[in-house]
Design a protein around this ligand. Structure first.
Ligand code: 1GP
Length: 246
């Protein structure tokens, strides 16, 4: 049943790096651009398509996921900014615990609200420890989650947090500086987490060029998530995919 997680774990074990193209549901309102982004993601052999955003300003979330799924031969994974961002058209949902923060709603509250819906919709839940890392400016995630990001220069705290997450049974670790961040998670922080946990590591926030992507992969990231750069220029997906898969 847990096919998306199994494929992520298999890639991690084999050292195959993966690209996840992030689609913001609001961005999805421009259907022609969305179509081009998804088509490029498929042609460039991006590994996953994530759909989600921190702010639920779109009433058409389900419609967006349905459209993405209809255009894509890649697994579609929800990266929900709230318990209402669920859709039966997705293959899986990142079941996120914001373990860098101390907001109980994001450690267990929203999970209780969302769990019955996820079961009813029949989508795969991927238990994910989410670490929000300071990316040089306040982001929507830090504002909406009302949590303080982990300091950018404290890899030890990230490593201890990820280790605790693995002891709690989480299956992937997602380190994120937030959409449009000025800087990415540091290679030092990724290395520190990699030394502590043998779980697939997802890294996102502020990744704009292939050189940076390579450095983050070499540090131990398994999946890189890119949103803003592809919103600006969907043609960038090809070069980024090539760099990550090299
Ligand atoms: C944000 O990790 C994602 O949660 C993607 O960030 O939009 O900066 O690529 P960008």
């Amino acid at each position: 049943m847990s096919t998306v997680l199994h494929s992520i774990e298999a890639a991690h074990k084999e050292g195959r790096k993966q690209l996840a193209v992030l689609i913001d549901p609001d961005f999805g309102q421009d259907e022609m651009r969305l179509e081009r982004t998804v088509q490029n993601a498929c042609m460039a052999k991006a590994d996953l398509i994530f759909v989600g955003g921190s702010l639920l300003t779109s009433a058409a979330f389900d419609r967006c996921v349905q459209l993405v799924k209809s255009l894509s031969d890649r697994p579609v994974v929800l990266f929900p900014g709230s318990p209402s961002q669920l859709s039966a058209h997705a293959d899986a949902v990142l079941f996120l615990s914001l373990i860098s923060g101390r907001n109980p709603e994001l450690l267990i509250g929203h999970h209780v609200t969302a769990a019955p819906s996820i079961k009813a919709l029949g989508i795969e839940a991927i238990p994910t420890g989410y670490l929000l890392v300071d990316g040089g400016k306040p982001t929507t995630v830090s504002y909406v989650s009302q949590t303080i990001p982990l300091p950018h220069d404290k890899p030890g705290i990230a490593a201890a947090t990820a280790l605790a997450g693995s002891y709690l049974g989480l299956r992937t670790i997602y380190m994120d500086t937030g959409s449009g961040a000025l800087r990415t998670v540091s290679p030092e922080m990724i290395r520190a987490v990699r030394e502590q946990v043998d779980l697939p590591i997802i890294v996102g926030g502020g990744i704009r060029d292939r050189g940076t992507a390579r450095v983050l992969c070499d540090a131990g990231a398994d999946i890189l998530v890119v949103g803003t750069a592809f919103e600006k220029d969907p043609e960038q997906i090809f070069a980024m995919s090539e760099a990550i898969h090299a």
